[in-house]
Design a protein around this ligand. Structure first.
Ligand code: CMP
Length: 141
């Protein structure tokens, strides 16, 4: 089915000037960018986004990293977009990411891991709505 998923290019990959390379991978895989914005997240915005991880030991480092520089946030649309994006990203820990994935090519560590992607249909709906109003999304069929 056609799905939408939320993608974030994290501060490490933005700093490496890798936005275009990563967008090319999305588009080559048939995913369409139907909304996008660059943001420097506030601590509150980052904490709210990652609220489900609040009790995890890595929460403070994760939030600190996510507000360390601008991020590029986009909605990807396409057939099986959620799983397809996760395939393109590779494993959360770049040491475990398959060759040729975004994280294998750009990520340095489990925190500075280049990209985020929604992990389920429920989280995709929540995460898209967290960053975009309906009228900021431009479906292209
Ligand atoms: P992301 O997909 O953005 O979702 C939560 C983030 O927490 C994850 O990517 C990692 O960058 C970061 N993180 C740091 N340590 C861990 C860990 N032990 N397990 C999962 N995620 C971690």
């Amino acid at each position: 089915a056609t799905e939408r998923t939320l993608s974030i290019i994290k501060p490490d990959a933005v700093a490496k000037n890798a936005i275009g390379d990563i967008y090319r991978r999305f588009e080559n895989a048939g995913l369409k960018i139907v909304a996008a914005k660059m943001l420097h997240l506030s601590r509150e915005k980052a904490e709210g986004f990652y609220a489900e991880h609040k009790e995890r030991p890595f929460f403070g480092d994760l939030v600190g990293f996510m507000i360390s520089g601008p991020v590029m946030v986009q909605v990807l649309e396409g057939e099986n977009a959620i799983a397809k994006n996760r395939e393109l990203m590779g494993a959360t820990n770049p040491k475990e990411a398959e060759a040729g994935t975004i994280r294998a090519d750009f990520a340095e560590s489990i925190d500075a891991n280049a990209v985020h992607g929604s992990d389920s249909s429920d989280s995709a709906k929540r995460e898209v709505a967290y960053f975009f109003d309906d009228d900021e999304i431009c479906p292209r069929g």
